[in-house]
Each structure stands twice: as structure tokens, then as C-alpha cells.
Write a protein that binds this ligand. Structure first.
Ligand code: ADP
Length: 586
């Protein structure tokens, strides 16, 4: 900003004016200073005429107070001010370029220490720049006629300087607002309203030059919860009347995609009544601020809250760059609030579902335990009855039926207990390296009798290296047993069942393929649901509980693995279990 090159177009205009004065008005030097609002000093941005002067003065800075002091000791010459050499102060001389000139004779002779300048004022009456001229080529202080023309130059310079100051202000606003917007845009990855506020609050208030800020978030159910986040912390109470007003006004503004400014000496915006405005003024006065920018926050059609930014009476007016950026921020923050709200809702739902799951597991496990004891007693008595030698054949058949039913019930109960165990979130997995080859061989042993009775070819090529998964050995044993026994169970006599065990990268893969009944696409959708049994009558004819695959799937998921199925009705089925491998072999 201080190198005189930041706004070349305007600086060129100022340079042209300075050049014009030197060429047309007969001065050797013309200097234009402009206010740098960042440090409140005047910076020399254009020097015309003398190269030495340009070299020395360009970029030099001077306090506005020193110019005010010069004004105080000067003679008014229209817009110009004249300080004759005899009144020059050391301070002014120290920062001036004093030319070496031949002084002419006469009462109107120009003294090298004469100071002729025009202070240029902004709308607020503060100095925003100066135009100073030096070394008249005729060696004389300007007469009345010359001063009148110089006045015109001063007025023109004043306009150009004001334009430059306004442009600089705008540029600064755009820079700040853009920086704020960038931060707010990034905030949509934050998952709680508190974090959103933490990250964006100071960026918004400094980016939009606000002294205070608060955000009012709406709840879905009417006026329910009104959370306020302000510069003063989260512990801010909003009077209910204001909260209601904020909500109604926010919704109107969001629909119109507008912001509103409420402040003393402004017309009441149409979104509130005069009474409501009086309430707002009360609040503003209490906070020591004079105006507020009211911004709706929303996403899609829904208004989710309001953002309020405040300013004091000594601050600048809200500019159009600021109000339009505020509306953009309303969109960005709105999206972030919606994300956070959805995330909160999702978390709530997950925890409710988890509670429900725990309850279900407990219920299943309690019922299964309760059934288990009487069933054990039934089976004990059946066994006793079977050993009786004097039973008539009809009674023997009945006892046989009771036993088969009881055994089936026992199986269902065992499966229910297992399901409750693997489905209980409270029952964490304790993982250790498990050699899968051993589990596969155990499962094959279990089905060998049935397989050979059905004349099935069971093909298994043990892997050359041990294949080790990371998990719970008895859980994984259950998975192998279920898939292999299903393959044997649902494959007609004389066909083949193939089992493979592989290690691929970080995965252990167990593949069980059969040439059995196959599973229809529709049935595949429900395969892992509790108590699901196929709609295929041939499959239903086989004994089963419909819990085996549910249990297997839960176990595999608990191990961070997955089960894949490929099947074609009448051709056969392949189940593939992918489990994380243990990094160290057992
Ligand atoms: P169950 O075998 O006790 O009925 P599962 O949960 O193990 O219960 O299997 C669910 C259903 O999926 C079975 O009833 C059967 O219809 C079908 N199914 C499972 N494995 C196979 C397979 N290898 N071939 C054909 N159908 C199968």
C-alpha cells in the first residue's frame, strides 16, 4: 500500500493532475498525499515536476495531525492554505523538500520555506489527503487570479482522492469479506454447532468489521430451543419476544434472500413492526451499539437461524459488498448447521438403535435361557423313557417324535443364544491369530458322514502355508461350520462341494462352493435376515432354523470382514468370506 503502485489507475489519475498543475500553473513541484486507513497516516502517492523531489517524497508518510497543525497556523486561500516562511516550524521543515532557488525581489517573492497546500476532506470532515505545490517558476507567491484556478485543481484533486480512498476501502472490504467467507465455507465439515461457532465466529466478525456478533439457531419444533452464540460466549439469553421476532424476520428474509439493517436514523425495515424495532433499539442501546445487520441462515427452503452483526455509531456504514457477503455467509453457515443437525440426529438414532439392539439381545438370551432348562429336563426324561424295555411300539414312536422335536428346539435355542451373543454390542470381540485351516478341517470332519452318505465329492486342497485370520476362534469356527454344512445340506446326492482357503494381501478368504439348489435373486436379498428360510420347497424340506447365516454374517461383520454370495438357481452357490489376516503367523 505504501509503494504508490497498488492502485495504478487512480494513481495515474493523481499523477496527471499533479503534472497538469506543474505544467499549466507554472510550479516546479506538485505533491499529492492520500490517507492510508491502515495506519491513519498520509502517504505521498504522486509527485510531479522535480525528479529530486519525487525520489525523496514518494511513499513518505506523515501524520494527519501535523497537517491539522499547519492548517491552524495558515492563511486561507480558498481551498488552499498558505503558511509563509516566517511561520514555518522545524517539524514541517524536517519533512519537507526545500528547494534551492534564487529568491526574486519584491513583497510577493516566493521563499524556499513557504508552504502552500490544500487539505482535502472526506464526507465525515476528516482529512483524507493533501495537495501541495512548491517553487513557482516566476518566483512569486500566486496572485488572486492564479489562486482561483489553483482552487479548481484542488477541487479536482479532492474528488480523485476521495475516489481512491473509497476504492481502497472497498478493496479492503472485499479482501476481509472473502477471507471470512473462505473460513466459513470450510466450516461445513464441522459436526457440531458449537464447533461451527468456535471456528467461524471471529472470522465473521473481523471479516465484516462487526463489534459484536450473535447467532440464533432455530429448532424444528417451533420456538423450542433457541441457542445463542455470541462474542460474549454461549451463555447469552435472548428475551422470548426477540427470539420470536428473530425467527419470523429470519424466515421472511430467507424467503426473499435478503439481509436487513436495523439502526437509529434508518427507516424501519419491512420485516419488523415499529414496536419490535423499539425493542431492538433497547437491546442495541444496552449493548452500546447503534446498528445491526440481520442475516438469515438457511439451506434449501429452510431457514435454520439468524446471524446478527453489530456496529457502533462511529463505525462505517454497512456496504453492499458486506451485505452481499453476509448473505453468502448465511448460505454457508446454513449448510453447516444443517449438516450438524443431521449428524446430531443420526447419532441420536444410532444410539437409540444400539439401545434397542442391546434390549433385543438381552430379551432373546433371557427367553432362550428360560427355555433351555425345561428342555434339558424334557430330553432327560425322553432318554429315560427310551431305555424302558416295556414300551409298546406306538408309545415308542411318540417318544421318538418328542425327542426329534426337542432336539430341534434345542438347536433353535442354541442358535438364539449364539445370535444374542454375537449381536450384543456390549460383548466386545477379543481378537487373536486363528489358524483357519484347522477350523476348516474340523468343519469338514463334522459333515464327512453326511457327505459320504449323500455320495458328495468334498474337495479341499489345504494351503501350503498356514492361513491365519485375526479374530475369535470359536466364532470363526461357527462360520466355517455353518457355510460348509449348508453346502452339504443344500446339495443333491452325487454332486461336489469345494472348499478353498487363501491369503490375499491383508485378507484371508474362505470360499465354499457347491453344485446345489442355488438361491434365487429374490431370496439372496434376505439371506442374512433372522429366521429367513428360502422360498424354494426343496430347501425348506431340509432341517434348519434360518439363523445360521444371520449368525455367520454378524460374526464376520464383528471381525470387520464381509460375506459375498454368488448363486444361480439349480446350478449352485458360492459363499466367500473375507476376513482380516493376522500380521504374525501362529
Ligand atoms: P438354515 O440352513 O438353518 O435354514 P441359514 O441361515 O444357514 O439357515 O440359511 C438360510 C437359508 O438360506 C436356508 O434356509 C436356505 O434356503 C438358504 N441357503 C443357505 N445356504 C445355502 C446353499 N449353500 N445353497 C442353497 N441355499 C442355501
Amino acid at each position: 500500500m505504501d509503494d504508490g503502485t497498488r492502485m495504478p489507475v487512480v494513481h495515474d489519475a493523481l499523477q496527471l493532475i499533479a503534472d497538469g498543475i506543474t505544467e499549466l500553473m507554472g510550479f516546479e513541484v506538485a505533491v499529492i498525499n492520500i490517507l492510508d486507513e491502515d495506519d491513519g497516516r498520509l502517504v505521498t502517492v504522486a509527485v510531479a515536476g522535480n525528479d529530486d523531489a519525487r525520489e525523496l517524497l514518494l511513499g513518505a508518510r506523515q501524520r494527519t495531525s501535523s497537517i491539522e497543525a499547519e492548517v491552524a497556523r495558515s492563511d486561507p486561500w480558498g481551498m488552499f492554505r498558505f503558511v509563509p516562511a516566517e511561520r514555518a516550524t522545524d517539524e514541517q521543515l524536517a519533512i519537507s523538500w526545500v528547494p534551492e532557488i534564487d529568491v526574486v525581489d519584491g513583497p510577493d517573492a516566493w521563499d524556499p520555506n513557504d508552504f502552500l497546500f490544500a487539505p482535502l476532506y472526506g464526507d465525515d470532515g476528516n482529512i483524507v489527503g493533501t495537495l501541495s505545490i512548491d517553487v513557482p517558476t516566476d518566483g512569486r507567491r500566486p496572485d488572486h487570479a492564479k489562486r482561483a484556478v489553483l482552487n479548481k485543481y484542488a477541487a479536482q484533486t479532492g474528488q480523485a482522492v476521495l475516489t481512491e480512498v473509497a476504492r481502497r476501502r472497498l478493496e479492503e472490504q472485499v479482501r476481509l469479506a472473502t477471507a471470512a467467507r473462505k473460513i466459513v465455507r470450510d466450516v461445513s465439515s464441522e459436526l457440531t454447532v458449537e464447533r461451527i461457532m468456535e471456528v467461524s465466529q471471529s472470522a465473521i466478525s473481523s471479516g465484516l468489521s462487526a463489534v459484536g456478533l450473535w447467532i440464533h439457531t432455530f429448532d424444528e419444533d417451533g420456538e423450542g430451543r433457541t441457542a445463542m452464540y455470541s462474542n460474549a460466549g454461549t451463555d447469552v439469553r435472548m428475551p422470548p419476544e426477540l427470539a420470536r421476532m428473530s425467527r419470523a424476520a429470519g424466515e421472511l428474509l430467507w424467503r426473499a434472500q435478503e439481509v436487513a439493517i436495523i439502526g437509529h436514523d434508518r427507516p424501519t425495515p419491512p420485516i419488523i413492526s415499529a414496536d419490535q424495532e423499539a425493542l431492538v433499539f433497547e437491546l442495541l442501546d444496552g449493548l452500546g451499539v447503534s446498528s445491526l445487520l440481520f442475516v438469515p441462515l438457511g439451506a434449501g427452503r429452510e431457514c435454520l437461524g439468524t446471524l446478527v452483526l453489530t456496529r457502533r455509531s462511529s463505525d462505517a456504514e454497512w456496504s453492499s459488498v458486506e451485505t452481499s457477503t453476509a448473505l453468502d455467509i448465511g448460505h454457508d453457515l446454513g449448510r453447516a448447521l444443517l449438516n450438524a443437525r443431521n449428524f446430531e440426529r443420526e447419532q441420536q438414532l444410532v444410539s437409540e438403535l444400539r439401545e434397542l439392539d442391546t434390549y433385543k439381545s438381552q430379551l432373546i438370551s433371557t427367553v432362550a435361557h428360560e427355555l433351555k432348562n425345561p428342555l434339558t429336563s424334557i430330553l432327560g426324561h425322553v432318554e429315560m423313557l427310551e431305555s424302558a424295555t416295556d414300551m409298546p411300539p406306538r408309545t415308542q414312536r411318540s417318544v421318538g417324535s418328542i425327542e426329534r422335536g426337542a432336539v430341534r428346539m434345542e438347536r433353535v435355542i442354541e442358535d438364539m443364544l449364539m445370535l444374542a451373543k454375537v449381536g450384543d454390542p456390549a460383548n466386545a470381540l477379543i481378537a487373536a491369530p486363528v489358524e483357519m485351516g484347522r477350523l476348516v478341517e474340523d468343519a469338514l470332519d463334522l459333515v464327512s458322514l453326511t457327505a459320504s452318505r449323500k455320495g458328495l465329492a468334498v474337495i479341499y486342497d489345504p494351503p501350503t502355508e498356514p492361513v491365519v485370520a485375526l479374530g475369535d476362534s470359536s466364532d470363526l469356527d461357527q462360520v466355517c461350520a455353518n457355510l460348509i454344512s449348508n453346502a452339504v445340506k443344500y446339495t443333491p446326492d452325487g454332486r461336489a462341494v469345494t472348499v478353498r482357503l487363501d491369503r490375499r494381501g491383508r485378507d484371508v478368504i474362505l470360499t465354499v462352493s457347491d453344485e446345489g439348489l442355488g438361491i434365487s435373486d429374490a431370496d439372496q436379498q434376505h439371506l442374512f435376515e433372522e429366521f429367513f428360510r428360502s422360498s424354494n420347497p426343496e430347501a425348506v424340506a431340509q432341517p434348519g432354523t434360518g439363523l445360521g447365516l444371520t449368525i455367520a454374517n454378524r460374526i464376520v461383520m464383528r471381525h470387520d470382514g464381509r460375506i459375498e454370495v454368488e448363486s444361480e438357481l439349480g446350478k449352485g452357490t458360492t459363499f466367500r468370506v473375507i476376513l482380516p489376516a493376522a500380521s504374525v503367523p501362529v
